[in-house]
Structures are given as C-alpha cells and as structure tokens.
Design a binder for this molecule. Structure first.
Ligand SMILES: [Zn+2]
Length: 219
C-alpha cells in the first residue's frame, strides 16, 4: 500500500514571513460574494521568493535559465530526505556521512522545519547551507536541493556564494519547505512552480510521499 502524499508547502497569506527587503505578501479580494458581488476574485501580490518556491539559475546567474526553462522532471521523481543535526549550518562533514550521489534530489531537513514557520517574523538564525557544502553538493552533481527555510544561503555572510555554487552548476533549488511531518529516507517528490515567463523564481506546491527504505525501487 503506497503511503499518502504529505503537503510540504507553506500556506500563502497576507503579511506572511518573507526575506527582509522583498515585497510583502498581500492577498486581497477585488470582488467578494460575501460583500454582494456575483463572484469572488482574489488579487495576489508577493515576491517570487516568498513561501515555498523554486529558484531558477537566473536568480543570480546572468543569462541563466529561467523558471519556464525548468525541465519538469527535475522536480518530479525519487528523492531523499536527509536529517541535518547541526543547528547552525549544513556542513560537508555531516553531508559526507550520507553518501550523496549524482542525480539525487536531496531535501535537507533541519531544525528550521520545527522552529521557523511558527512565526510571521523573519528568523535570521536559520540553518543554512555553508558555501563549501554547496560546492560539495554541486560537485556531487545532485539534481536538486531543497531546504526548509527561505534561503539555501545564510542571512549574513556567504549566502550569495552558496546560491552561485548551486545555481551556477545547474542545480535547481526549492526553498521554503516545511519538512516537519516527513521522516528522513527515500521519498517521491513533486514540486511544480507557476510558469512565470522569464522569471528568477516562482511560488510552488511541493508534495512528498515516503517510500519504504530498501524497497523503494518503485518510481
Ligand atoms: Zn529563492
């Protein structure tokens, strides 16, 4: 019996947390049946890197692929949730223990999942991918990397290098996952961004279905 799909995206709402300096999210109604209109129509306003979203290489690489260039199979298929114990950052020495392989879809579950999404205030001290760990993942040739707060890189310090190391190597990034309900291990993963033409990023819905360890050859 296949296990159920788990929604690992965060809800989008007005005044939700966002990266400092990015536009605030606002979801309002231009028409509303509750006010006597014939239909309800919502108006959405938000940065492309708010909530659960995908970073395209064009986010920081000039002339890089944009969201609409993303091959859908980058974001659909087998993946692996890796539990990160370090409460500061994802480091090479912890990744090394997990034997990351070429082509893997790697989803990093840190303490962020249980801690950061409780609040609408931005958490500056989230667990990030240290720049040398980003170079390590890029060199391993992973297909995608997913993280459980708003950026792969640190709020201060080498966040830009972390992005460049991964996006420059053609690794697609999912940011803003909430992996609190998911155990480490093999999974099926689906995450599809809105098809924003020429965009650097886009909001996405992400789902995970755990696979039995060992018996997970099924696609
Ligand atoms: Zn982003």
């Amino acid at each position: 019996v296949p296990s159920r799909w788990i929604d690992v995206s965060v809800p989008l709402k007005t005044d939700m947390v966002h990266w400092p300096g990015d536009p605030a999210a606002r979801i309002s109604r231009t028409l509303d049946v509750e006010r006597g209109d014939s239909y309800t129509v919502s108006f959405l306003e938000m940065g492309a890197h708010t909530g659960t979203h995908i970073d395209a290489p064009a986010h920081c690489i000039r002339g890089g692929p944009t969201i609409d260039d993303m091959p859908p199979d980058a974001m659909i298929g087998r993946g692996r949730v890796i539990a990160i114990r370090d409460r500061e950052s994802v480091k090479v020495r912890e990744l090394e223990r997990h034997g990351v392989r070429r082509g893997e879809r790697i989803l990093l579950k840190t303490v962020n999942s249980g801690q950061c999404w409780e609040s609408d205030a931005f958490v500056e001290e989230f667990v990030y991918i240290a720049a040398n760990a980003a170079h390590y993942l890029a060199a391993r040739g992973v297909r995608l990397v997913g993280v459980d707060y708003l950026s792969v890189g640190a709020f201060r310090g080498d966040g830009e290098e972390t992005h460049r190391a991964l996006l420059g190597a053609g690794v697609w990034l999912v940011e803003g996952l909430n992996l609190a309900k998911v155990r480490p291990g093999p999974v099926e993963f689906v995450c599809l961004p809105l098809k924003l033409l020429g965009a650097d990023g886009a909001p996405a819905r992400a789902l995970i279905r755990p696979l039995q360890s060992g018996g997970g050859r099924r696609r």
